[in-house]
Design a protein around this ligand. Structure first.
Ligand code: IMP
Ligand code: MG
Length: 188
C-alpha cells in the first residue's frame, strides 16, 4: 500500500511492516520466557504505548491481563523535565503478580527508573520492562530494559502512538519530526 507521508515528517524511520515484524518477534520471545508462569499482567504506559500494547497483546500466544497507568513528564516540550506526575494509577493490586511494563520509548530513562522503583515497592512476583524504542545516547538514569524493539538515533520521533503536543499518534509508521515543527510551536 502506498501511503503519503505526512508533510511534517522529515523521513520515515520505521515502516509499519517493520514494526509489526519486530513486535511479533518480541511477543514470541515473551511468550517463551513466561511459558512457566500462569500469570502475566501487561501494564501499558498511556498514551504513547497504546498501539504497541494492543499489537503486543494480540501477538502473545498465552493468557494475559491488561492494565494501564498514565503519567506525564513532558508537557509540550521535547525535553524531559525529569519530574514524573502520576495521572492515573493501576486498577489492580500488583502484589505477587508477574508484571511487564510496556512503554513506547526510553529516552533519558528517568520515567522508567521512577516507575520501576514505584512498582517494586508494591512487591510484584516479578517486574520486567519492554520498550518499543530506545535512544541509548540520551540515557541519564541507569534502568534495565528487558525487551527492546529498536535502538534509534537521537532524533525526536512521532507516530505509532508517539506524539508531539498530542499530534501524530495515529500515523502507522514512526518518523522523524521536522525540527521546524517544534521550534515554531515553542515560540508561539
Ligand atoms: P524519559 O523519561 O526521558 O525516558 O522519557 C520517556 C518519555 O518521553 C516517553 O515515554 C515518551 O512519552 C517521551 N519521549 C521521549 N522521546 C520521545 C520522542 O522522540 N518522541 C515522542 N515522545 C518521546
Ligand atoms: Mg511514554
Amino acid at each position: 500500500m502506498d501511503r503519503t507521508v505526512h508533510p511534517d515528517i522529515a523521513y520515515v524511520l520505521l515502516e509499519h511492516e517493520r514494526i509489526q515484524q519486530r513486535v511479533q518477534a518480541l511477543a514470541d520471545e515473551i511468550t517463551r520466557d513466561y511459558a512457566n508462569t500462569q500469570d502475566l499482567l501487561l501494564v501499558g504506559v498511556l498514551k504513547g504505548s497504546v498501539m504497541f500494547m494492543v499489537d503486543m497483546a494480540r501477538s502473545l500466544q498465552r493468557h494475559v491481563a491488561l492494565d494501564f497507568i498514565a503519567i506525564s513528564s513532558y508537557g509540550q516540550s521535547t525535553q524531559t523535565s525529569g519530574v514524573v506526575r502520576l495521572l492515573k494509577d493501576l486498577d489492580t493490586d500488583i502484589g505477587g503478580r508477574h508484571v511487564l511494563i510496556v512503554e513506547d520509548i526510553v529516552d533519558s530513562g528517568l520515567t522508567l527508573a521512577y516507575l520501576r522503583e514505584s512498582f517494586q515497592r508494591r512487591n510484584p512476583a516479578s517486574l520486567r520492562i519492554c520498550a518499543l524504542l530506545s535512544k541509548p545516547e540520551r540515557r541519564q538514569a541507569d534502568v534495565t530494559v528487558d525487551y527492546t524493539g529498536f535502538d534509534i538515533p537521537n532524533e525526536f520521533v512521532v507516530g505509532y502512538g508517539l506524539d508531539f503536543a498530542e499530534r501524530y499518534r495515529n500515523l502507522p509508521y514512526i518518523g522523524v519530526l521536522r525540527p521546524a515543527v517544534y521550534t515554531q510551536n515553542a515560540e508561539s
